[in-house]
Write a protein that binds this ligand. Structure first.
Ligand code: GUN
Length: 293
């Protein structure tokens, strides 16, 4: 079994990006600038955003963190977004999800200028992605594609089961893996809570992408001998022996499947770091105005 090491690859790509940034700046170009809007005090969101800001520093980007309290009004948040849309120094920005319940996340996503939507959540980007046009691709799916590509995993003609149909991961990765593209051309089944015979479909799949947020959901009987497994789950489970009182586990029962699959992403250190790196890749494209001129 080979570990699909997202942590190591992420380091390599961040160094490549840092080199490109220095070349860009040396030739009179602009240093990429990412802003992140963080609302409230969800602990996981704080960790994710902190990682994004730290990664910006590692790659020589400028970064701006806009932190707002949980009780910010929707109107005020939309004003913050309008300010970031207009700020010429900022190439791209994200609004960390989830947002408090009184704020309409869809309205917020629509308010982001699609040219700065480095999360790829705006319908303009999502639609262009689905049509196979150039667009910002959401960070987790882009991170997964990059991980598969750099590890030389063949997807063309393979059967692939994606578990979970979220807008952020399951739905976009199912579209991307079935597109006519270098990492694509797979025959994709999107499994969700109403799917029947999910276990059988999984057990017949060459590639599994697990993105449902249920700890250790994928067991050995659901995995074909030699399958490629991408575990998107980052679940906190109580663990009194851990320093923080919890540990992170994926959506895949790693110990149960590790001897059956040909390669697998670890949790932590697999998809997670690649997500952050993919956001930097998108922000670099924004700074270079590669997609929207
Ligand atoms: N929450 C969980 N994943 C993401 C992500 O990729 N982007 C944003 N903005 N929020 C998230």
């Amino acid at each position: 079994m080979t570990l699909l090491d997202g942590k190591g690859l992420s380091k390599t790509i961040k160094a490549e990006i840092a080199n490109e940034v220095e070349r860009l700046v040396a030739s009179g170009g602009k240093r990429p600038h990412l802003a992140a809007v963080l609302v409230g005090d969800d602990p996981a969101s704080h960790v994710y955003v902190r990682n994004k800001v730290r990664s910006c520093e590692q790659s020589g980007f400028e970064s701006t963190l806009v932190q707002k309290p949980d009780d910010i009004s929707e109107e005020e948040l939309l004003r913050v977004i309008d300010g970031l849309n207009r700020d010429e120094d900022i190439d791209g920005f994200i609004v960390q999800l989830p947002l408090p319940k009184h704020i309409d996340a869809e309205k917020v996503t629509l308010a982001i200028d699609h040219r700065k939507d480095v999360d790829g959540f705006h319908p303009m980007n999502f639609g262009r992605m689905a049509l196979g046009l150039s667009s910002y691709v959401p960070a987790t799916p882009l991170g997964i594609l990059t991980l598969l590509e750099r590890h030389g995993v063949e997807t063309s003609g393979k059967s692939c089961a994606v578990i979970g149909r979220s807008n952020i991961v399951g739905t976009p990765i199912s579209i991307l893996l079935s597109r006519k593209a270098k990492i694509g051309n797979a025959t994709v089944t999107l499994l969700h809570s109403r799917s029947q015979n999910a276990d059988e479909i999984l057990a017949a799949s060459d590639i599994i992408v697990a993105a449902i947020g249920i700890p250790n959901y994928v067991k050995a009987h659901m995995v074909k001998e030699g399958a490629v497994i991408v575990d998107v789950g980052i679940n906190r489970v109580d663990d009194a022996s851990a320093k923080r009182g919890y540990r992170l586990v994926g959506d895949v029962d790693f110990e149960a499947v590790k001897d059956k699959c040909s390669c697998i992403t670890p949790v932590p250190g697999g998809v997670g770091p690649m997500t952050v790196t993919a956001l930097l890749m998108n922000t670099l494209r924004a700074a270079k105005e590669e997609i929207y001129h």
